[in-house]
Design a protein around this ligand. Sequence first.
Ligand code: ADP
Length: 640
Amino acid sequence: MTLFNLLVSGTYSYVIASIFFMVLFGAFVIFNRNEKTPTNTALINTIWLAVVTSIIEITAVASMKDPFSPPLWTTILYTINLFMMVVCAMYLEVYTFSYLARKAEKKPIYALINRVFLAVFALILILNLKFHFLFEFTTEGHTTTTLEFVVAYMIPLGYLVLGMIGIITRRKILSRREFAALLSIHFLIIAGAMVEAVTDNELLMVSFAMTMSLYIIYTLLEAPDYRQLLETNKMLAEAEEKANEANKAKSDFLSSMSHEIRTPMNAVLGMNEMTLITLEDESLSDEEKIKKITEHANHIQNSGDALLHIINDILDLSKIESGKMDVVEAPYRIKNMLDEVFEMFKYQASKKGLYFKTEVNGQLPGYVMGDVVRVRQVLTNIISNAVKYTKNGGVVVYVNGKIEDDTVIYEIKVEDTGIGIKQENLDKLFETFTRLDHENTHYIEGTGLGLNIVKRLLDLMDGILKIKSEYGKGSVFTVYIPQKILSEETIFSSAQTQGNTKVSRKKFTIKGIRILVVDDNEVNLFVAENFLNQMKATVDTATSGLMALEKIAIKHYDLIFMDHMMPVMNGDEVIKKIKEDPGRYGINDGTPIIALTANVSGGLRDKYIDEYGFDDYLSKPFKFADIAEVISKYVEEIPE
Ligand code: ADP
């Protein structure tokens, strides 16, 4: 039977149809693919291999059945056919495992094993050409051994079974569709091979099964729109997870904050109510009442401070997170800042019965350029933790440093004999709202924000924080902050020239200075007015921009404090009106106008001074000392 006769006999119609179909299909897949991936490359390779294998198979079987075909020719074709069958089965499994690997996001390890195996297999087939231990074609026909059955059927079958085991064991990471598609192609090919074996190559079904399998793979797993859909679904799932995380973070934040805010709030309201009760208590003498009320007022002050501290921390964090925290550099004397901070903690430590010692290297540069507010914030946070988390013993602060060119790198080391931090917790120190060692710290006030802020502020200032700690023994927090040196002045010489500049509540007086305070909130107005009265200033008030303008038109003031956000007319509009009409408001030409603002967004200076035209600003809430400090910038202190 010639090849042509065989082709038209019908026995091979499946193979011929498959070849035609696969050629078209291969071209379509290449044409239609958006991007090269390991799986679609494996699929295309398998299609071409299947085409070549089918052609070789058809030729080999035709040669076997053709009595005039030389036996050596048949042997070679048959050998190549066996080899290609194994290659095809192997490629199908390369596809299967790369698909599984894509889902598991792991690299397949089968590629190397496969290559080695193919080389050994090819060697065996080549040796068979000489030694005929598998099969042989002679003029009498086909002599075969059991070994041929093993090589021709068991090895491809082994591959397929391996693939099926891979699919079944990883079924959890596959969708139903993927599982069904991958498994069914394996069944199809095994069934095709069985038909061929049973009909003794009379019905060549493997190529057909292969074609069907490749088609299934393409339509169910590799079609670009399906892959696109999977990609979109994955992105949606990730977006949902992120949104849920953000939502959870928000809820955690709110619950944590409401707890932290309610605690001092409870003290403020409770103490205030106690004051009212004390006032009505007729069993108490006036002296006893004053004593109690003073005590309550001090508690209110402390809780209010704690409340403000928490709110500031939250705002700082949100400013840092939104990139709005700016480091505002200005010349300062580190000695003043250190004295202030040390003074505060000396008092707090002594209240707890702890020692508080400081050792400052006086030879270090004392007059430098930097953001003193942020440097102070870093130190305060670290020293306050040291005092907070120490029950016995105390805290020592060492200030040292080294000079590099025109910069001094201050090294501030805070050593405590406190509860210490477990080694495994050191990494968690900077997480927001994370408080460690619950059994030892739950009774100590804190939000878990402080160190996070310290770390981020140091990042902004090119500083570093190093922590050493021994659980149960104590901790050492060391910060390194570079600041530009501005003069030869040392910390020691600053000490001789500088006094403590903090204004005292009792002493600061500006008798006769005329001040206008503008605020639509009566309570805030009341607080400012009272502070100013305490300073013996002559105070006028206005509750709106219009009212302020009326007063500014007729009376000269030495200073004006003005709320920015007010109904009808904002503070900046008032300023505009004054500037636009010098004839009407000339009497106050040159009077400094200071913004009273509860605005906390970054760049206050840019906004209030450069944009709105105020001369300065004072953030709410302000204390007596804060308002006094601003006033002292514009008017000389005038004692009685
Ligand atoms: P907070 O003190 O408000 O809880 P921080 O961010 O300042 O928040 O500190 C986070 C945690 O680190 C604290 O809750 C505490 O468990 C631990 N910690 C910080 N400083 C010290 C210290 N000096 N000694 C022991 N533990 C500390």
